[in-house]
Design a protein around this ligand. Structure first.
Ligand code: FES
Ligand SMILES: [Fe+2]
Length: 372
């Protein structure tokens, strides 16, 4: 694994005009995965979903991020919290799936918690050392950004801000989009493979000839803003294609004639179009397995119900096409011959290079600091 970490530093240091991708082991080694889980993943900001998935007080959903079961819930004070979904008595999960609850009652010995994680009742507890106040559910750091909910498992996490990306997204009014669909599935791939796949335009025409090529051919992909923690590119539509929905009033013609794809590292990838917003949250399980939660959101009443259903079907198909490739590749990446390979030009695969640079920088920081 030390070799892989050194390789990452070496490749990230290559001249800009000769970028190389990482060898297969980077994506298949379980030891490498454990290292990432303890460093870049445990300390990163992860998107869990959209704020309007939790519209009312008491609305909640649960999710597993690395070893942490999470209960994401809107409180009576309207605040969205990410609580440990672990009973303070003997560790049962408190909630499953999603729904709305006034109280969360443990199914094991019926301890009862409020929507803010406070322990409200513990039947028959007689123990001189028992202090209900000290039995709150622990709360993780949360950030809301552009209508997305993010969590960071590190207690010392600083909030993120990406001014260039925020400026790029401002005309779309990303925070105003309302969620119309959400789904979860497991893919047999490495978490980094999906980030890279979603963020490069090089494969669009080859992997998606029927679904995407007509709208977003590979040849029109252009790199957009990037920075420490994110990257983006434009999947431009050909001139003869009508823009799909008007979107926000401040959008320029160029912004309407493309999908702006961005990634908030380490695990969120997003496609922002005028009227449609698709976001994938990646939950890494092991080196070869992820859980993917994706949401589709729309701008105002731009799209009819029929059109929304068509878009859901289209994205299901697009995801299926990507998944098929990535699951096949996850097998061949184990080969001794899965060596580092040259990356395509900036407009096509510069985003992969951005991700690599960021991973290398993060890893270097961990080796000098807490993870020596
Ligand atoms: S484990 Fe929850 S009440 Fe006992
Ligand atoms: Fe794809």
């Amino acid at each position: 694994m030390t070799q892989l970490r050194e390789k990452l530093q070496d490749l990230a240091a290559l001249p800009e005009d000769r970028p190389m991708g990482m060898p297969g082991a980077f994506y298949t080694s379980q030891e490498q995965f454990e290292h990432e889980a303890n460093t870049v993943l445990r300390n990163g900001w992860h998107c869990l979903g959209r704020l309007d998935e939790l519209a009312e007080p008491g609305d909640f959903f649960t999710v597993q991020l690395l070893n942490e079961p999470l209960l994401v819930v809107r409180g009576d004070d309207d605040k969205v919290r990410v609580l440990a979904n672990v009973c303070r008595h003997r560790g049962m999960p408190l909630a499953e799936g999603k729904g709305n609850q006034k109280r969360f009652i443990c199914t094991y010995h019926a301890w009862m918690y409020g929507r803010d994680g406070a322990l409200l009742r513990a039947p028959r507890m007689e123990n001189a050392g028992f202090d209900p106040k000290s039995c709150r559910l622990p709360e993780h750091n949360v950030q809301v950004w552009n209508g997305f909910i993010y969590v960071n498992l590190s207690p010392d996490a600083a909030p993120f801000s990406y001014p260039d990306l925020e400026q790029m997204l401002a005309p779309y009014e990303t925070d105003k989009f309302r969620v119309v669909h959400s789904a979860e599935e497991e893919w047999q791939t490495n978490w980094k493979c999906l980030v890279e796949n979603f963020m490069e335009g090089y494969h669009l025409s080859v992997v998606h000839p029927q679904t995407l090529h007509g709208y977003t051919p590979s040849g029109l992909a252009r790199k957009l803003v990037s920075g420490d923690g994110y990257t983006s590119y434009a999947a431009n539509y050909p001139e003869n294609i009508e823009s799909r929905g008007d979107g926000a009033p401040g959008l320029s013609d160029a912004e309407k004639q493309r999908s702006s794809l961005f990634s908030i590292f380490p695990t969120q990838v997003v496609s922002q179009a005028a009227s449609l917003l698709v976001s994938l949250s990646i939950f890494p399980i092991n080196a070869n397995l992820i859980r993917v939660k994706w949401t589709m959101s729309v701008y105002g009443d731009d799209l009819s119900d029929d059109t929304i259903q068509q878009r859901v079907k289209l994205w299901e198909e697009v995801n299926r096409e990507d998944r098929e490739k990535l699951e096949k590749m996850q097998v061949t990446l184990r080969s001794a011959h899965a060596l580092e390979g040259p990356l395509a030009a900036d407009d096509y695969e510069g985003t992969i290079r951005d991700f690599q640079t960021w991973l290398a920088k993060q890893d270097a920081a961990f080796s000098t600091a807490q993870y020596a």
